[in-house]
Design a protein around this ligand. Structure first.
Ligand code: PHE
Length: 345
């Protein structure tokens, strides 16, 4: 048999062998047997010296072609097998989306924030600007700028957490009135400011060392008590419904003159008198009044040219009435059984 025929025969034999490759092991042994340096095809190359001139080149070429054919057949099988290995791996790692999911619970929103957001929405819809102020306040802004000088008896009403003799946790959001007026530099303004307040109260069902207020302030030419009354009546109706009765009672705050407290008819008895409203038929929800001329003056406004009204709404108070919550401590105790009742559906 000629050397050329031998090359062809060996090639056919090896290609036939390659058909039998079925897994990684047979792939590997094929490679060792037919594609290593000591393979049968490479062995044939030693016969090249028996050939003359041109034949040598032709022979080398035919061995090379045979080698390439074998390499190609091997590669094809290797690709097939690798593909199968990958498929098997993916099969094993498959995520079964038909399995029921883990039971993730959607949380509820603390009614404190539900109500705070609602209060904000009502005033923003009337055109008020939203401000924020610091929880840690200076004595100057918390008291003096609110017309409560040192040794004023009103300080006794607001037992405070002092950080140093000049700095405290704010006892109300009213200092934001002074900050807002400072910023506006004598121009008319309409703002609300939600925030936390702190007082040294003993905690019980209606008292908390920490609570929320929404402060409101309107300053400009000709602002009147009638404007305050209309604004707060609108707020109460939007918050508690059309049927709610609103009552303005004369009161006292050092930073407003005249001052009022606003009551709404009791949601529990509708005004007849019950234990919730202590027999009066009404429940207090906020303090308000016309901004005191001293406060305007200290903030760079001329009380002969402009006037203003201010109010401070107790967030927990409103939330308790709105959702019939009987203990103010529930707002900060983080009991999921309480919070869960306020899931948005
Ligand atoms: N700052 C007062 C309080 O905390 C509430 C208030 C605000 C009263 C604005 C009048 C005007 O009790």
């Amino acid at each position: 048999m000629s050397l050329f025929n031998q090359v062809e025969e060996i090639k056919q034999k090896i290609l036939h062998e390659s058909e039998k490759i079925s897994d990684e092991a047979s792939l590997k042994s094929f490679q060792e047997r037919f594609l290593s340096k000591k393979s049968e095809l490479n062995g044939l190359m030693s016969h090249i010296k028996e050939l003359a001139g041109e034949e040598k080149a032709k022979f080398g070429q035919s061995v090379n072609n045979a080698r390439n054919a074998v390499q190609e057949a091997f590669q094809k099988k290797a690709d097939e097998i690798n593909q199968k290995i990958l498929e098997r791996k993916l099969e094993k790692e498959k995520i079964d989306i038909s399995l029921p999911s883990m039971n993730y619970e959607v949380g509820g929103i603390n009614p404190f924030y539900l109500v705070q957001d609602e209060i904000m929405d009502i005033f923003v819809s009337m055109g008020y600007e939203v401000k924020e102020g610091p929880d840690v306040e200076s004595d100057e802004y918390n008291f003096q700028r609110m017309n409560i000088p040192e040794s004023h008896p009103a300080r006794e009403m607001q037992d405070s957490f002092y950080i140093d003799p000049r700095t405290l946790l704010r006892t109300h959001t009213s200092p934001e009135q002074a900050h807002a007026m400072d910023e506006k530099g004598g121009k008319p303004l309409m703002m609300i400011c939600p925030g936390k307040c702190f007082r040294r109260d003993d905690d019980d069902v209606t008292h908390s060392h920490q609570f929320g207020q929404v402060e409101g302030l309107v300053v400009g030419p000709g602002i009147s008590l009638a404007n305050l009354k209309a604004t707060l009546e609108l707020f109460v109706r939007k918050m508690f419904g059309e049927k709610r009765e609103v009552r303005f009672r004369g009161s006292y705050f050092p930073f407003t003159e005249p001052s009022v407290e606003v009551d709404i008819s009791c949601m529990n008895c509708g005004g007849k008198g019950c234990s919730t409203c202590k027999g009066t038929g009404f429940i207090e929800i906020l303090g308000a009044g016309m901004v005191h001329p001293n406060v305007l003056r200290m903030s760079g406004y001329d009380p002969d040219k402009v006037s203003g009204f201010a109010f401070g709404i107790g967030i927990e108070r409103v939330a308790m009435l709105r959702y019939k919550i009987d203990d103010i401590r529930k707002f900060y105790q983080s009991d999921v059984r309480f919070i869960e009742q306020f899931k948005r559906r």
